[in-house]
Design a protein around this ligand. Structure first.
Ligand code: MG
Length: 288
């Protein structure tokens, strides 16, 4: 691990002390990659899976072995998460689909079309406790492809019936998303023009959302991946690293990085941050 001079900017010391242990330092775990995204902690195997999008590769990191290859080619996978059984669910940027990795290792397509037309480029994905997968579909990474969808939507898919619903339609570039503890609220980042995070109320049946007020604005760069912790704080990637917001929207602290972060993840007492060419971590008390 390489220690860095940059660490934290603390705005709310009391809240900060609950989230980070005393003396926490930012460390660089690995570098020399291309554009990192999609960190997902696999607790039972104590490893972090993450994506190097342009390298068309998924990698894994563990304390024992450092960084190794996990899957190549990866269909330029971007966001990753685990389902309730611990199986990987991925937003395949290049294949324009959501995929599910089965326990035997085979990769199955979950959804690639809405309304009979190709999706744009699924970017990030989360799984709700009912097993439904919620994902964002901005139009980054269309490449030579013609855009088939009228907008950049947030979708919900039932993995059993494959029924796909556009749950939010008024984003510029919907990107990271996370459910608050209890799943009564959904946060979605807009990495396009607005560069903010909005908060939605989840309906009683858990299948749709309403509202969508601005929860927090990212003042350095834009928000990409976001995570909610167990206490309801919202952690957002940003141009300066990671910004942590309390449930009422005030800024608790910034984790400062020398590269722009695209996503973050909690695991094994660490906060992992995928930031351009490098993977960073710091000790953290917060949990997901
Ligand atoms: Mg993203």
């Amino acid at each position: 691990m390489v220690a860095l001079a940059a660490d934290f900017e603390i705005k709310d010391p009391k809240a900060f002390a609950k989230l980070f242990p005393k003396g926490a330092k930012v460390k660089r775990l690995a570098t020399g990659m291309q554009f990192l995204e999609g960190p997902a902690w696999v607790a039972k195997e104590k490893r972090l899976i993450f994506s190097d999008i342009p390298a068309n590769e998924m990698k894994q990191w563990s304390r024992a072995k450092g960084v190794e290859s996990f899957r190549k080619p990866s269909n330029n996978t971007n966001g990753n998460t685990l389902d309730r059984q611990g199986n990987l669910v991925s937003a395949e940027h290049g294949a324009h689909r959501i995929s599910h990795t089965l326990p035997n290792g085979s990769v199955e397509m979950v959804v690639e079309k809405f309304d009979g037309k190709d999706l744009n480029s699924p970017n990030d994905v989360v799984v709700k406790s009912d097993g439904s997968m919620w994902f964002t579909d901005p139009d980054y990474g269309l490449g030579e492809r013609k855009k088939m969808q009228a907008g950049n939507y947030v979708y919900r898919v039932d993995p059993k019936t494959k029924e796909l619903t556009a749950v939010i339609k008024d984003f510029d570039k919907p990107n990271g998303l996370c459910f608050a503890p209890g799943e009564k609220k959904l946060y979605v980042a807009d990495s396009g023009g607005p560069r903010h995070i909005r908060v939605f109320a989840v309906s009683a049946d858990g299948k749709s959302v309403s509202g969508g007020a601005v929860f927090a604005k990212i003042d350095k760069g834009g928000p990409d991946g976001i995570r909610c912790d167990k206490s309801g704080n919202v952690w957002s990637s940003s141009g300066d690293g990671v910004q942590v917001f309390a449930p009422d929207g005030h800024l608790i602290a910034r984790v400062l990085l020398p590269e722009s972060a695209a996503n973050l993840e909690f695991g094994d007492g660490l906060l992992f941050m995928t930031a351009r060419k490098s993977l960073y971590a710091t000790a953290v008390r917060a949990k997901r």
